[in-house]
Every structure is written in structure tokens, then in C-alpha cells.
Design a protein around this ligand. Structure first.
Ligand SMILES: [Zn+2]
Length: 248
């Protein structure tokens, strides 16, 4: 079986927070892992220009991907500018045909940030479009199959109405929680920006607290939750469960 995983997220650091442990475990099991972000995080600063912070955050994201043992891609559409439209669908589909994943992780369809929701919809659309030969044919071959698609937990495990979202698959990341923390620590600028914007230095602690809270619900020290997209045409086999999960 092909073993290529792609985490398509809105912003630099989303993948490390929401599925960094799972990506680490996949690398350890021999998977080729890619992280892609729709934006370079160009609005995530109180002190730099958009160009400066984009450069900094691209480098931080690339450093985290290198530490993970994976590859980083930036689609560079701009913060607060991620939308489900024809142009961005083509951009994401092209990435899928380059990376050729059989496992895709993305944001929850209903989340606190509209960039996250836009990314989620784009990931779903690209999973379906990338194997279609007549959809934007170019020099890249269409995918052979629709990849398995999983939605990570929404931020704080709740949807935009505040209702709790329960995962269908929980990955035990206890063995890699310190390595996951090191991945997130690569995003030093975001840690500083949150400190200024929110007034508390909770960046790493908040990630660990959430992983601990999700894990505790399922009898684990640390966990990451996912829901699999099981609509018509998508793989029905729970790839994450067969590779890594403890509950489905
Ligand atoms: Zn984000």
C-alpha cells in the first residue's frame, strides 16, 4: 500500500497543534509525510510587516516539517482569504497531484475560524477532484483513487455554535507528546504574538492541556481526535485505526 500522508491546514502551526503527534507516529511507521498550509500566516504579528512575518513563519513551518521528517508546502493565499472557490480548488488539487497522498488530514468542517472551514472544504473537494482525468488536465497525472480523508478536532473540541464535537477515531500520542511539543516550539513568532494579543504565554501549555483532555476521555495520557469522511466515493476503511488508533 502507498503510504503518503498530507496534512492540509489553513495556517502555519495548525498541523503541529491538531495532528502533530499522529504525523510523528506515521513517520515512525515508514510513512512519507507532508504538511501544507493555505497561508504563510501573514496576519499573525503585532510587530512585523506582512512580508516579514510571512518569511519568518514559512521558515518556522519548514523547520517544524524538517524536525518531523516531512516536507512543507505553502499555497500562499493569504490569511483571512481562504475560500472554497474554483481558483483555490485548482491550487489544492494540483498540490494533491504532486504529493499523491492516500491519507489526508484537515480541519473540521465547522470550526472557530473561517480559514479553517474553507481549508476543510477545499481538502474534501481536492480528494474528489484529483482523480478525475478531465478536471484541469495538465502534466501531472490524476490520482488513482480518492484518498482517505479525516477531519481533526476543531479548536477546543467545539463547533462554531459551541457544541462539543466527539471524534470517531482517537490516536494515542502519549509516546510522542514531548516530540510534538518540540515541533510546536519551532513556531516561536506565533508564541510571541499570542502572548501580546491574548496577554498569556500559553502556546505550548494549551496544546498539551488539550491533548491531555482529549486523551483522558478515552483512557489515554494524551490523544488526538479525528472524524473520517465516509460519504459516497470516499474510502470507508479506517486507515488511521488500522495503522495507529486505539478507538473507532
Ligand atoms: Zn489556524
Amino acid at each position: 500500500m502507498t503510504r503518503v500522508a498530507l496534512a492540509l491546514m489553513a495556517h502555519p502551526d495548525d498541523a503541529e497543534i491538531l495532528c502533530g503527534g499522529t504525523l510523528l507516529l506515521l513517520v515512525r511507521r515508514g510513512w512519507s509525510v507532508h504538511i501544507a498550509t493555505m497561508t504563510a500566516g501573514d496576519c499573525g504579528s503585532a510587530e512585523h510587516t506582512a512580508d516579514e512575518i510571512s518569511r519568518i513563519r514559512r521558515r518556522e513551518a519548514a523547520d517544524a516539517a524538517t524536525l518531523l521528517g516531512g516536507t512543507y508546502h505553502c499555497l500562499d493565499v493569504g490569511d483571512l482569504n481562504v475560500f472554497f472557490n474554483a481558483e483555490q480548488q485548482a491550487l489544492v488539487t494540483r498540490l494533491f497531484r504532486q504529493v499523491r497522498p492516500n491519507l489526508v488530514l484537515t480541519h473540521s468542517p465547522d470550526d472557530y475560524h473561517l480559514d479553517h472551514e474553507g481549508t476543510s472544504r477545499l481538502a474534501r473537494a481536492a480528494c474528489f477532484a484529483a482523480p478525475v482525468p478531465l478536471y484541469r488536465p495538465d502534466e501531472l497525472l490524476p490520482l488513482e483513487n480518492v484518498p482517505a480523508l479525516y477531519y481533526c478536532d476543531p479548536i477546543e473540541g467545539k463547533d462554531s455554535m459551541g457544541y462539543e464535537v466527539l471524534p470517531t477515531t482517537v490516536v494515542d500520542v502519549s509516546a510522542v507528546i514531548d516530540a510534538k511539543t518540540e515541533l510546536l516550539a519551532c513556531h516561536e513568532s506565533q508564541r510571541n504574538w499570542l502572548l501580546k494579543h491574548h496577554g498569556v504565554d500559553e502556546y505550548l501549555r494549551a496544546m498539551r492541556d488539550w491533548s491531555a483532555a482529549r486523551g483522558k476521555q478515552f483512557g489515554l495520557a494524551f490523544g488526538e481526535g479525528f472524524r473520517q469522511h465516509r460519504g459516497h466515493g470516499f474510502p470507508q476503511t479506517d486507515v488511521l485505526r488500522s495503522e495507529l488508533a486505539i478507538r473507532s
